[in-house]
Design a protein around this ligand. Structure first.
Ligand SMILES: *Cc1c(COP(=O)(O)O)cnc(C)c1O
Length: 371
């Protein structure tokens, strides 16, 4: 199951990405990709590799996957949600008797999936906090799953270090890259075997779709993931793929604005009297700062802020006119929620703030007034 550490990858060029489809068009072809909704394809004679059935392939998925592949620098497969992508990565790598290591402070549904559905199939799983992840070692683990920065705590992990240690121990590393997107960090470039992402968040970016993807430079792994998608029927709809394509075309401009604004907000919030604690990897005093600087292209749009107590946090979230009180993150609207309401192991006053694309001074005025 081992693969070589990739030596080369195509560098990410957002301008070229935007014009990728256009380079191959015939005269009169639409600039925007068509939405193809069909279960059947014209298939006379022997099958020869053309599209043949809607559970196996779809022309609109392929358009979206081409953008995702360019972003990841790797073959990429589209899924109907982030959890569908994570499930595919697990089923492509795990067998009964194997051991998996998961972050105890990562996205909760990944742990619940392992607990409720992998464990009964004979897969053993263990959890470890992101901050102590590397110190624990990786001997005996077949699959190691990481999430960096972790959600919602924003602790970071050295991807190259984990990937090298897991590889040396004979295992496979999967990284959930939802929070930073490939524009913020490309785990495959650090030697990680598989990237999974919830494209429901910043990748789609408009809070109007659910999607996810799996990327890998290991042909055998990608083949297994594609086979899982085909056999399980865990497929995206053509309309969703098209909406995600549309979102991805503005990813660079949205992500740039969101990260730049988050940097300004975090700097101003750092010594605000209404806050007891602040996490943002872009701040020099943040525990994740050095790693973020060496590993990431941007520091992200998520800010972890701890207010006085639950009441103060709820008032802030629900009275600021430029904050949508909502779960999920990464959309164009600034949004926030108290993660303790879902049982995350965080302070009752902890708020995960997801910065949107509002102009920075207008947003700061609203946020500072609400605080
Ligand atoms: C939202 C999220 C998921 C799950 O994605 P869905 O699209 O909701 O299935 C997985 N991992 C992380 C880090 C997430 O934020």
């Amino acid at each position: 199951m081992m693969s070589e550490t990739p030596k080369t990858h195509s560098p990410l060029q957002p301008g070229a990405l935007l014009h990728k489809r256009g380079q191959a068009l015939d005269k009169g072809a639409p600039i925007a990709p068509p939405i193809t909704t069909t279960s059947m394809f014209h298939l006379p004679g022997q099958p020869d590799g053309s599209d043949y059935y809607g559970r196996a392939t779809n022309p609109t998925w392929k358009e979206t996957e081409a953008l995702l592949a360019a972003l990841e620098g790797a073959p990429t497969l589209l899924f109907p949600s982030g959890m569908a992508a994570i499930t595919a990565a697990f089923f492509a790598t795990l067998r009964a008797g194997m051991r998996v290591l998961l972050p105890s402070d990562g996205y909760y549904a990944t742990r619940r999936l392992a607990e409720r559905f992998l464990a009964p199939l004979g897969v053993t799983f263990e959890e470890r906090a992101t901050a102590d992840f590397i110190a624990g070692g990786f001997a005996g683990y077949d699959v190691v799953f990481v999430e960096t920065p972790s959600n919602p705590g924003l602790d970071m992990i050295d991807l190259a270090d984990v990937a090298a240690q897991v590889r040396a121990a004979g295992g496979i590393t999967i990284a959930d890259n939802t929070t930073l997107t490939p524009l913020g960090q490309r785990p495959l470039d650090h030697g990680v075997d598989i990237v999974v992402s919830s494209d429901t968040k910043c990748m789609g970016g408009h809070s109007d779709l659910l999607a996810g993807h799996v990327a890998s430079r290991d042909a055998a792994l990608i083949e297994a993931v594609e086979s899982w998608r085909m056999m399980s029927g865990s497929i995206p709809g053509a309309h969703t793929a098209w909406l995600l394509h549309r979102g991805l075309e503005t990813l660079e401009v949205r992500f740039d604005r969101m990260c730049t604004t988050a940097e300004v907000m975090a700097t101003r919030l750092a010594d605000h009297p209404a806050l007891r604690h602040l996490r943002y990897p872009g701040l020099p005093q943040d525990p994740a700062h050095n790693l973020a600087q060496s590993q990431c292209a941007r520091f992200g749009f998520l800010i972890g802020m701890t207010l006085k107590d639950e009441a103060a946090a709820e008032t802030f979230i629900n009275t600021c006119p430029l904050i949508r009180p909502a779960t999920s993150f990464g959309g164009i609207h600034t949004s926030a929620e108290r993660r303790a309401r879902w049982g995350d192991a965080v302070d009752p006053g902890f708020v995960r703030l997801s910065i949107g694309v509002e102009p920075v001074e207008e947003l700061w005025e609203a946020i500072s007034a609400a605080l």
